[in-house]
Ligand binder design. Structure first.
Ligand SMILES: [Zn+2]
Length: 452
């Protein structure tokens, strides 16, 4: 890996969203005003073009000053102190690091069979270690932050998040869910095993029935140090015995989930394909609905009224169809998926037209890791401008995470999460499918043609 060695000696790479020792808000090592025993490291980035996602404009000839892991100044023709390292991106377009609000980085290697039952053949340690390249590929493709929304093997995501935060491995800043909170044998459960097979604890950790079991599992997850809660409000596509058109948790259970999560300061996202599952989740007060495939007019009105984000994974249908053609996924999954992909894309177009709050989430893991940016072109195809698609993956994503103070744009005080591309992404958003430069937390992970 290309290393500019920008860390303050002895300092942790600041970032951990919710480890028990440090949070994004109060990590003493990450504060712009933190007292560090070692001298600060400063970098000046010369940006030929800079996408200002807050204003929706592109600025030219900007200088970004970075101290340790934060941006400290941005402006045209800023004076560059002689002592700093200069990174010349004057022939490139510079953007804030991208944020994917729907990933599954810690679920191990993508299994060629596409069958969740393959988890019965791997230990939790294998799954966690298989996830290391998922994190690296994601960061190298320009995604400096992810909201990871659930794992089958509970808490592998917490381990991955913390290994990245400690600097043991390369990866994006992760905000994690710990497990799927799901009804017994529901959309987030490992289904398809024979009834007399007893699953290990971590493959059934998030199963809960009734409001008090839901509250109990959320209390455990909060104690485990998760950053948000993932609940499943309808059936799923890539799950045995599941029906995406169904409703799973009851209103009472969903309300208990949101209330309990809020008591711990955690936001809730709800998986929901079915119209009723979507509306129940919005009424219960979730921050975002994942997939939102079959959202109806009432659901759209409700989401607008409550300010609920829709996190619609409109690209991964390409991968599901390709896997179906090659026979790589189980036939019942293909059956579930019939027609849903196009309906979701049409509803995305409607949501754009209605001015809904839309974040960028890809369900990374359905497609290979590292190709999430391909969804941007689909968001443009289905109604967004390139700037709107970029904002979904920056400012809107940061807002959904509740961390606009430190994420989502290149502004003084925010984390120095900065990427660059060779061609103009406002003219063709596919430019973001080939990211040439990646900085996270003030550290360069990828630059030009240098080896990673
Ligand atoms: Zn997912």
């Amino acid at each position: 890996m290309l290393c500019f060695c920008l860390y303050t000696a002895g300092a942790l790479p600041a970032q951990t969203p919710n480890s028990k020792n440090a949070t994004a808000q109060n990590d003493p090592a990450s504060g712009a005003n933190a007292k560090s025993p070692a001298p600060a490291h400063e970098i000046a980035i010369k940006a030929g073009h800079l996408v200002d996602v807050d204003s929706g404009t592109v600025l030219s000839d900007q200088v970004i000053l970075v101290r340790d892991n934060r941006v400290i100044a941005v402006g045209k023709a800023l004076a560059i102190p002689t002592s700093v390292t200069v990174i010349d991106l004057s022939n490139m377009t510079v953007l804030p690091g991208l944020i994917d609000c729907h990933t599954h980085l810690a679920d191990g290697a993508r299994d060629p069979s596409g069958d969740p039952l393959s988890y019965l053949k791997r230990t939790a340690a294998e799954v966690a270690l298989e996830s290391v390249p998922n994190a690296k590929d994601t960061l190298d493709s320009g995604f400096t932050t992810v909201r990871d929304v659930g794992v089958y093997r509970a808490l592998t995501d917490v381990a991955l998040r913390d290994a990245i935060a400690r600097g043991n491995i390369s990866g994006p800043r992760m905000y994690v869910a710990g497990a799927y909170v799901t009804i017994t044998d529901g959309a987030g459960a490992l289904t398809g095993a024979a009834p007399d097979i007893q699953l290990p604890w971590d493959l059934r950790y998030g199963q809960a029935d009734g409001p008090w079991q839901v509250r109990a599992v959320i209390r455990k997850l909060a104690n485990d140090g998760v950053d948000h809660i993932k609940i499943l409000s309808s059936g799923a596509v890539l799950e045995h015995g599941s029906n995406p058109n169904s409703q799973e948790f009851t209103m009472e259970e969903l309300q208990a989930a949101v209330e309990e999560a809020h008591a711990f300061g955690l936001r809730v996202e709800a998986h929901a394909h079915s119209a009723q599952g979507i509306k129940n989740a919005i009424r219960a007060g979730v921050a975002s609905v994942e997939h939102a495939t079959l959202i109806d007019d009432e659901g759209i009105a409700l989401a607008k009224d409550r300010g609920t984000y829709l996190d619609m994974d409109i690209y991964d249908e390409e991968c599901i169809e390709a896997d179906a053609r090659s026979g790589a996924i189980p036939p019942d999954f293909v059956q579930h998926d019939a027609a849903l992909g196009q309906i979701q894309r049409d509803n995305f177009r409607k949501a754009v037209r209605e001015g809904m709050k839309l974040s960028f989430g890809t369900d990374a893991g359905v497609c290979p890791y590292g190709v999430a940016a391909r969804q941007l072109a689909f968001m443009v195809k289905y109604g967004m401008t390139p700037m709107q698609a970029i904002q979904a993956a920056t400012t809107s994503a940061a807002d959904l995470l509740g961390h606009s103070d430190v994420l989502g744009s290149i502004k003084p005080g925010k984390y120095a999460d900065i990427i660059a591309v060779a061609s103009d992404p406002i003219r063709d958003v596919r430019a973001l499918e080939t990211v040439s430069f990646v900085m996270k937390d003030g550290k360069v992970y990828k630059q030009g043609n240098s080896p990673n």
